[in-house]
Design a binder for this molecule. Structure first.
Ligand code: IMP
Length: 200
């Protein structure tokens, strides 16, 4: 059975404003004070893991060790069926440095070429790490289709290129609440909340 989270505060182990915003919104009902690694000026660890789980744990452990607070990290990415699951754990890297998601989305489109198989999934792994070293991991996934050209200006990252299953609109064309009703991150967080936060 998962450990209950009873602490008043946690650190979000991310410097990505898109993730911070979504995780803050999703955690809002659970009466836990959140502060992000970016706001605290913590260094951004290199993501050397080979899986989403490795990288989520790595990021959460670094933030927990730097602050002494429980830490929640998200490692996520886009898995494209016609590209054998790429970019996967390298999804952020496809945007280069500094990050340019117009370029990243174009690379996905270019590599797919004329492949009619447009199926893809967003994956999210959440790692929650306590100061005594206890760790819990939860995963969420949303399947959908890639559209071209990208549509919408609301979201971040690859949102304008991804329409979740059953939707004619991309995440770039949806409000945050609409995105949360299907997203990989909301699904992973839903599992975390059920296991660790429910009844708080
Ligand atoms: P990482 O978890 O720091 O390795 O970065 C994951 C990358 O996947 C992000 O920088 C985005 O490019 C992409 N990504 C993950 N989740 C989403 C999402 O909900 N919308 C758009 N892009 C996402």
């Amino acid at each position: 059975m998962a450990r209950r989270f009873t602490e008043p505060k946690l650190v979000l182990a991310t410097h990505n404003p898109g993730k911070v915003g979504e995780l803050e919104e999703l955690l809002a009902p659970w009466k836990v004070e959140v502060v992000s690694a970016g706001t605290l000026g913590l260094p951004e660890p290199e993501e050397t893991g080979e899986t989403f789980v490795d990288n989520a744990l790595l990021k959460a452990r670094v933030a927990m060790e730097a602050t002494g607070l429980p830490a929640l990290a998200d490692d996520s990415g886009l898995s494209v069926v016609g590209l054998g699951g790429r970019p996967g754990v390298h999804t952020a890297d496809w945007a280069g440095s500094p990050r340019d998601f117009t370029r990243a989305m174009r690379r996905v489109q270019d590599e797919l070429g004329s492949n009619p198989d447009r199926r893809a999934a967003f994956m999210s792994t959440l790692a929650l790490v306590w100061p005594d070293g206890h760790e819990e991991v939860f995963e969420g996934k949303v399947e959908g289709e890639l559209v071209w050209p990208p549509r919408g200006t609301i979201g971040w990252g690859y949102d304008p290129m991804f329409a979740p299953e059953g939707s004619p609109r991309t995440y770039g064309e949806m409000s945050a609440e609409e995105k949360h009703s299907t997203s990989h991150r909301a699904r992973a967080l839903g599992k975390l909340v059920k296991a660790c936060f429910d009844g708080r």
